[in-house]
Design a binder for this molecule. Sequence first.
Ligand code: KG4
Ligand code: ZN
Length: 341
Amino acid sequence: MNYTIKQNPIILGIESSCDETAAAVIRGRKLLSSAIISSATEQAKYGGVVPEIASRAHTAAVDEAVKTALKDAGVTLKQIDAVAVTYGAGLLGALLVGLSFAKSLAYTLGVPLIAVNHIRGHLAAAYLSDEDLKPPYITLLASGGHTAILHTKTYTEFEVLGSTLDDAAGEAFDKVARILNLPYPGGPNVQRLAEKGEANIPFPQSLVKNSQSLQFSYSGLKTAVINYCHTAEQKGEKISSENVAASFQCAAIDPLVKKTVECALKVGAKTVTAGGGVAANDYLRLTLKAECDKRKIKLVLPEKKYCTDNAAMIAAEGLIQYEAGNFAPMDINACAQIPLK
Ligand code: KG4
Ligand code: ZN
């Protein structure tokens, strides 16, 4: 179907890839509303996300999330110009709830359906913080599934300059949280504990040693934290969980910050952005800001609530796809895995 591309379209975004059922409305780059209904409290009982529980929670919440987003935005369904929805990556059953809902809505309203790659949504969150943000720029992407430094060259194209060889940074935070007996979700709890500690344990940094390339690795760091805690336990020694958390946090984040700024200087980018759940980490935000300020690089950070999963970022990426006329067919399927590039 051919659609007229409007200026400043009103886009409804829907996200259901993991444990947040989210809906948001934007007009052009202006965010009008963002609603999130999370099943995290229920998931916490199981120490992580149980896919079946996530799917059921999305089914129960998607209608309410969309209604809330429309109401908060002061927008009616008839005013929606496009529906943007996450089609992957994520939990298949969870994705299907949002995707089916979005398809029905777009079809009924006769507006385009835009299929959004969740990770591109994380990257687009920065556009919500700065209406003037334009490529090229360098992005530090750090979520539960990805850790990479990207060179965004145009609104739709980026080059991966470096990435992790094994675990993602968020995954490492979650694993360390489990070692320290902190509840799910791990990342924010590790951060809170780290704030009370001192980074005085020499854990290996998350950068692959002797590597000129920009490769990260979190498995060695994670094993070092496990070994440190187990050895102390076997010897009957008391450890400071606060110092473990603080030392881990520095080892996990310092190399990401350092290499992101180095990449910006190398490619001559004047702007750096960040995205993904780990970009909500206060230590990362403060150190990245300090390093960018030192080098006179502009830093555009999404608000913390738009770093972790939300639908505002899906609507923001939806706008980029809308302007590119990139609409999805109605038979598009959900996709559990999509390569970063
Ligand atoms: O981007 P996200 O919400 O979901 C994915 O697409 O993966 O990222 C979730 C990850 C989790 O691993 C979580 O522990 C981590 O982001 N995270 C944090 C913080 N907030 C969320 N990690 C460190 N510090 C935080 N404050
Ligand atoms: Zn995410």
